[in-house]
Design a protein around this ligand. Structure first.
Ligand SMILES: [Mg+2]
Length: 333
């Protein structure tokens, strides 16, 4: 097993728990048994272990004891091994992870972020015209009234698109209750992380108000069992890098479905190998709803050409054996 440091420049800065970052840094893990395999460990401050902890874990990693590794390091090693196994079997990664059926594309959402009413409406309209079945807006940075006005403008701009919002824990319980009543009137399907991630009971109490509750940060913080026990979610946002690997992400999706919760797969703004793996995870979930996988444009200079390009609101699922067509570091040097 080889471990190599990388740094990929972002096309625009990314806000993290450690402030804005301009590069995504991490480690590529390569294996050559039973076939060539490439994994990507791209830690993200606030969500996974630090870059330093990731490196230390990878240096001492035992491929036979994956669960001893912190999440990004485990993702890197697990993906390298899964890529090798799938290539050895002669099947694309999503078939190795799930069933043998063929899945050509997975639906994705557009992200329009935070902006004034007019800009929001224009972005939402453009996304709907481009074929995106769902659009995600950031909320919670402005006053609740300003956000409700933005959502109304978005709905007017695209009457048929699925609207989602992500509050990243910004609202108090009374704010969230008022927000949900307003968002329900505009047919918003779900809000990610309306309340602080610590408050599982608060999220459980918010359910059933006409807008679904999706947990993202809270899943990272508490884990699936605690979320299920609390009955805190209608939707779960699954980030393979944060969960510890594509295999764990698929397992979590299956368990969530079994509990009546819809999984949505998203990247952590990663390089091409981790993004492709996240697309394979989504493809392994039958009838997955639109996922947060249209993030390739956030990386300015990538390892390889986008292996899962987005067209008309759908990401192409790579069909070559393994994760991507690349089989060795020489392929992306
Ligand atoms: Mg989120």
């Amino acid at each position: 097993m080889n471990v190599d440091y990388f740094s990929l420049p972002l096309s625009s800065p990314l806000a993290t728990a450690d402030g804005d970052i301009t590069d995504r840094t991490g480690y590529l893990v390569t294996v050559d048994d039973p076939a060539p395999g490439i994994g990507e460990a791209t830690p993200l401050p606030g969500w996974t272990e630090s870059l330093e902890s990731c490196e230390a874990a990878l240096r001492d990693a035992d491929p036979n004891d994956l669960d001893a590794l912190p999440p990004a390091a485990r993702h890197g090693v697990a993906l390298a091994l899964l890529d090798a196994e799938a290539r050895h079997e002669g099947v694309p990664l999503y078939q190795h992870l799930g069933t043998g059926r063929t899945v050509e594309t997975v639906p994705v959402n557009a992200t329009v972020g935070d902006a004034d009413d007019e800009t929001t409406a224009r972005r939402v309209e453009r996304a709907a015209e481009a074929g995106f079945p769902a659009v995600k807006l950031k909320v919670g940075a402005r006053s609740l009234d300003a956000d409700l006005s933005r959502i109304a403008a978005a709905r007017d701009a695209a009457p048929d698109v699925e609207l989602r919002a992500d509050a990243n824990g910004a609202w108090s319980v009374p704010e969230a209750e008022r927000a949900f009543d307003g968002l329900a009137a505009h047919g918003v399907s779900y809000v990610e992380q309306p309340l602080d991630s610590a408050d599982l009971e608060g999220h459980a109490a918010l359910r059933g108000r006409g807008v679904d509750v999706a947990l993202d940060e809270a899943l990272c913080e508490h884990g699936l069992d605690a979320v299920l026990t609390a009955g805190a979610a209608d939707v779960l946002v699954l980030k393979p890098m944060v969960l510890g690997g594509p295999d764990i992400a698929v397992e979590t999706a299956v368990l969530a479905r079994g509990a009546g919760i819809d999984p949505v797969v998203t990247t952590t703004i990663d390089g091409a190998f981790a993004r492709a793996a996240a697309v394979h995870v989504a493809a392994a979930v039958p009838d997955v709803r639109p996922c947060g996988l249209a993030t390739g444009d956030r990386i300015r200079t990538d390892f390889i050409d986008d292996p899962a390009p987005v067209r008309n609101g759908f990401a192409d699922v790579p069909q070559k054996e393994g994760n991507t067509a690349a089989t060795s570091p020489a392929d992306y040097a």
